[in-house]
Structures are given as C-alpha cells and as structure tokens.
Design a protein around this ligand. Structure first.
Ligand code: PLP
Length: 465
C-alpha cells in the first residue's frame, strides 16, 4: 500500500492524523486519551505502510524497479520505522530509569523526529536550526535540551524566545553569554570524562575538567544563574561500558560540589555513545547493565534525580538502508593503467565503478566518523560461489579522488544501471550530505509494517517518564 493517508481500517488516532485531514486530527485530539495524543502527522513524512507480509526488501525491490522503469537512477534511503520502534522498546526495557532525548544531529529526517516524538522521547538539539526543526515537527520546548556548550548568542536568544530553557555549558564565557540573554535558563554543566575507549572522542573539545568545576559553579551562583544538573558524553562509538560507570561517578562528585555551593541539582544527562548496529563489539544490553548498576550506586531512585540520555546512533543507524546506482565503470589492469579491452580472464583485472552517492553525499562518515569508517555494499541478488569475482574499487560520483567508497571489494562484474545497497546508514549520513558537484542528495522513503503501525497507534507514552 502506498502513501498512506492512512487507509488502514482500525487505525484511530494515527489514521486521523494524516495528510489533508487535519480537521479530523483536531477532532480526534479532542476525544482521545492525551497519553497517546502525539504528533504523528504524516504530512511531509510520506510514509509507506507495507502490506501485510511485505518486507523492507520487497519495498526496495519494487522501488528500484519503478525507478528503472522511468529512467530515474537517483540514490535513495529506505528508513525502516519498525526498526526504530523496536529499538525504542529495547531502550525502555533495558534502561527504564533513563529517558532518551534523541540527538537530532544524528539524523533529522521528518519521519524520524515525528515518530520519536509520538513515542514520547525528548530531543537533544545543538543549534537554533535543530530547535526550529524539532519545534516545526510538533515537539514542545519542555522536551528539548539545547545540548551544545558553545552557542552563538543569537541561538541562545532564539531558545529563550521559544521557551527552550534547558541548556548545557562548560565555561565561564558561556555563563556570561547566557546571563546576558537567558537568565531563566536551567543550566546543565557538561564535564569532560574519560573517552579514551571511544572511536570518536569528544572530551578534547567539550566539557569542563573536574578541577575547574568548583570555580564554574561559583561563577554561575554569582551571576544568579540556576544550575540544575550535570551532563557528559563518553564519546561516540564507545567500546568500554566501564566508561559510563566512571563518568556517572564523576557526575556524582559534581552534584556534591554543587550542593556545597547551594545548587540542589536534579538532572543527570548521560549523553550518547550507545551502539547503533547489531554487529557492534559491545551490546547495548551490556552498557545498560553497567549504567543501571552505576545509577543504583550513585543516583538511587530516592535521590529523586531525573536521568536522561542523548542517544543518536542507537536509534537510527540500523534503520536506514541506502540504495545507490552504478553510473559509470572502467576496467583497468592493476598497476598498469587503463585498458578498456582488459581481458576478462586476466588476474590483474580491476574494476572501477562509479556510484551516484559517495563521501560528499550519504557516505561522508567514511572520512569524518572514526566510528563508521567502512561500509559493505551488497547486490540485490545472491552471488553464487561459482561466479567469477574481480577486485573492484567503488568511487563516489564527484570529481574528487578522496571520494572513494570501498577498495578491494571482490564481486562479480556489475553493469551501469545496477543498484548497490548499504545497510546501517541512518547515523550521520542524511544530515551531513552535500550536493557537491551538483549531485543530488539521496531521497528518504520511510516505511512501516501494518503490525507496527497498529502498535504505534496503541502505544502509551505514559510508560516512559
Ligand atoms: C552532545 C552530544 N550528544 C549526543 C550525541 C549523539 O551521540 P551518539 O550518536 O554517539 O549517540 C553527540 C554526538 O556527537 C553529541 O555531541
């Protein structure tokens, strides 16, 4: 079933909140339990509901066929919303005390934001633009933390004007700026923590050292600002669950320092860093166990401290699959040079393929994200063991030679017009791609199964705090 304006019989609230049906949505809102009232409007999302029994793979197959039939080879993503829903349920099961504030920077796709909002998560925004985007998708300001410690003054003013009060800081300069234009801000002190076991470290750039925390808190008090809590980020792609334990212990000591200076802090923000893909070396469950133990030890429930986190990768990475098209190819002889008539049987034959997406597009993480430094493209068919394979190099479409997707990829010979697919494409891809050289950004097609659609329709956000 395509584009839904929700033809599903039995969908009540969600079906009302669809394209061209806002009046019905308002009526539904008036008569519906507020706990399941949400922002799952479908306009601007263009979500496809998969017919019963149909899979994401079926959707991808039919999409590529359709594009082929009209001669459109543009790259696209399929965003599997079932996957995001499952991840959310997994979060609730494993970290029941920790409310997720999804990191918008990771993937700001409308369907992702609307779905997570409907599920009751909060949002971590890093700029005026991200706040604007979250608000435009129905997120209320109380569900936003402005989690950037170095903010332009005009962005702080925007936050104040739109009722976004929670924000992080890690320096005296930032306190001064905030005191100039947002005296009602609820401040969260970001501390630097040991992130040496993370693939992408952040504490070199952000976070106050424990030694400077006392002075910062005193300065905040002098300026009449309110510090409500502590945040940290163990680094993206964290490979050591103990990093969370140490960071939570460090945060405890900051709470204690705050108390001595008259601040009764009530918020602990444990940041992001959770694995986004199933094959990551440490499972989410292992992190959860360590985090729950540390919370129990340093912030037991009777401390009445609200615990939040800023997961990005965790929610979206495995939900997105990229489809890109081979737009050109060349055969060369390894170490020799170009030969269009290279013998197929030559052991030195190397195939060069040019995809219509690359490191200036969806795959920018290949050059800027150590937590995701390679991809494994695949074909939409099984490769038989008897098929001849060639060493292949896959390039992106631009004129730049840094635009390389994969080297040393052993596959059968492909042809111009063939599609290649890449899984685990949801994190730091959509939002950081450019149209360098005039190559279009990949379009996103969000899909959801009927089963999940119904489950979403009945989801009670009261089961998270
Ligand atoms: C402040 C902050 N919060 C959250 C995140 C999300 O991190 P991750 O995607 O590793 O969960 C980041 C990522 O850079 C960040 O800088």
């Amino acid at each position: 079933m395509s584009l839904l304006c929700c033809l599903l019989a039995g969908c009540t609230l969600f079906s009302a909140l669809c394209k061209n049906n806002m009046a019905a949505a308002a009526a539904a809102a008036a008569t519906t339990n507020e706990s399941v009232m949400n922002v799952w409007y479908l306009e601007n999302c263009n979500i496809d509901i998969l017919d019963s029994g149909k899979t994401v793979k079926d959707f991808i197959d039919s999409k590529t066929k359709k594009l082929d039939s009209v001669g459109d080879e543009g790259p696209f993503y399929v965003a599997n919303l079932d996957n995001i829903f499952k991840r959310h349920l997994r979060w609730l099961t494993n970290l029941p005390r920790v409310k997720p504030f999804y990191a918008v920077k990771c993937n700001n796709e409308a369907a992702v934001l609307r779905m997570l909002s409907a599920l009751g998560t909060g949002f971590d925004c890093a700029s005026k633009g991200e706040i604007q985007r979250a608000l435009s998708h129905g997120v209320t300001p109380d569900k936003i933390i402005y989690a950037h410690t170095t903010k332009p003054l005009s962005h702080i003013k925007y936050a104040r004007a739109h009722g976004v009060n929670r924000m992080t800081f890690d320096s005296e300069e930032e306190l001064l700026k905030i005191s100039l234009c947002h005296t009602k801000a609820k401040l969260v002190l970001r501390i630097a923590v040991d992130d040496s076991d993370s693939l992408l470290q952040l504490s070199a750039k952000f976070g106050a050292k424990l030694a400077s925390v006392g002075k910062l808190l005193e300065r905040a008090a002098e300026l009449g600002l309110e510090v409500i809590g502590v945040s940290f980020h163990v680094g993206s792609g964290c490979t050591e669950s103990g990093a969370f334990k140490q960071a939570i212990a460090d945060a405890r000591s900051v709470f204690d320092m705050g108390k001595l200076r008259g601040f009764q802090m009530t918020l602990l923000d444990i940041g992001g860093g959770f694995p986004g893909r199933e094959d990551f070396q440490i499972k989410f469950e292992e992190f959860s166990e360590v985090i729950n133990g540390a919370l129990e030890e340093y912030f037991p429930p009777d401390s009445k401290v609200q615990i939040i986190a800023e997961p990005g990768r965790y929610y979206v990475d495995s939900a997105f699959t990229l489809a890109a098209n081979i737009i050109a190819k060349r055969a060369i002889l390894d170490d020799v040079g170009e030969h269009n008539d290279v013998e197929k049987s030559s052991p030195d034959r190397v195939m060069m393929y040019y995809l219509n997406d690359g490191v200036y597009g969806s795959l920018s993480f290949l050059i800027n994200d150590p937590a995701h430094s390679e991809v494994e493209p695949y074909l939409n068919r099984t490769v038989e063991s008897s098929e001849q394979r060639y060493r292949s190099v896959i390039w992106g479409p631009t004129c730049d030679s840094i635009d390389k997707v994969i080297d040393n990829f052993w596959i059968p010979e492909l042809h111009v017009g063939d599609w290649l697919f890449v899984d685990n494409m949801g994190a730091y891809s959509v939002c950081s791609s450019t149209d360098f050289n005039g190559f279009e950004r990949a379009q996103v097609y969000p899909v959801v199964t009927t089963e999940t659609w119904h489950a979403l329709n009945n989801f009670d956000i009261n089961n998270i705090h």
